[in-house]
Design a protein around this ligand. Structure first.
Ligand code: CA
Length: 234
């Protein structure tokens, strides 16, 4: 089991992250202040730490500094509303391994966590590589982020792969536009369900033989979308 420590004083955000991580098989501990987070980190040396910068009491930088001073070498992903380059530089200098600015997509965060764990060679509990998805003559490797029709590569944007991943993780089930928004785009105020629709239309144009009559990326009326991976008859 991969143990994740979340140090985040926004409880809703911490709870949301915890739920998503637990679905993926991680064991999650949440701390809501800097002191609490530091104590957990020193006591249990988690496999990865997700660390907010603005915390009550000692802030994220200080937690990180004392963690490193205490010999905890766990990878640290900083999570912060601050997007200033200065903060990133300071975070990395203090010993952070990655940095995500709020608002962020849960999918992006999960991918970054997996990448950090892989780099540390401790991804024992990470998900096994997904087999390629076959949609007629189109083959999609989600991990490698490559889509091909026959031997020809189909150019897809990173967001398109994140959307496909979100649909694939709940394949053959209905996924609401709201869930897709949350997982792929995060709670970004400028993004609406129409964004989801536009990206789905783009996926269909590139992946479906007849985008007007999709066989795989299906609309579920009034709810959302469903990725059908079991080949339909005809
Ligand atoms: Ca905070």
């Amino acid at each position: 089991v991969t143990r994740v420590l979340i140090v985040e004083d926004e409880r809703d955000l911490a709870m949301g992250l915890r739920a998503n991580l637990e679905v993926d098989g991680y064991e999650v501990t949440c701390a809501h202040t800097g002191e609490e987070g530091l104590n957990h980190a020193l006591a249990s040396a988690p496999d990865i730490v997700i660390l907010d910068l603005m915390l009550p009491g000692i802030d994220g930088y200080e937690v990180l500094k004392r963690m490193r001073a205490g010999g905890v070498e766990s990878p640290v992903l900083i999570l912060s509303a601050r997007g200033e380059e200065f903060d990133k530089v300071r975070g990395f200098r203090t010993g952070a391994d990655d940095y995500v600015t709020k608002p962020f997509g849960v999918m992006e965060l999960l991918v970054r966590i997996e990448a950090l764990l892989r780099r540390r060679g401790s991804a024992t509990a990470a998900k096994p590589p997904a087999p390629p998805i076959k949609l007629d003559d189109v083959s999609i490797d989600l991990d490698g982020r490559i889509a091909r029709r026959g031997s020809e590569e189909i150019p897809l944007a990173p967001k398109a792969f994140e959307l496909l991943t979100a649909l694939y993780e709940r394949r053959d089930k209905v996924v609401s536009r709201h869930d897709l928004l949350r997982d792929v785009w995060g709670y970004d105020a400028g993004v609406t369900t129409r964004t989801v629709d536009a990206h789905v239309a783009e996926l269909r144009r590139k992946l479906e033989r007849d985008p007007a009559n999709p066989r795989f990326i299906l609309t579920v009326w009034k709810v959302g979308y469903r990725l059908r991976v079991t080949a339909p008859e005809n």
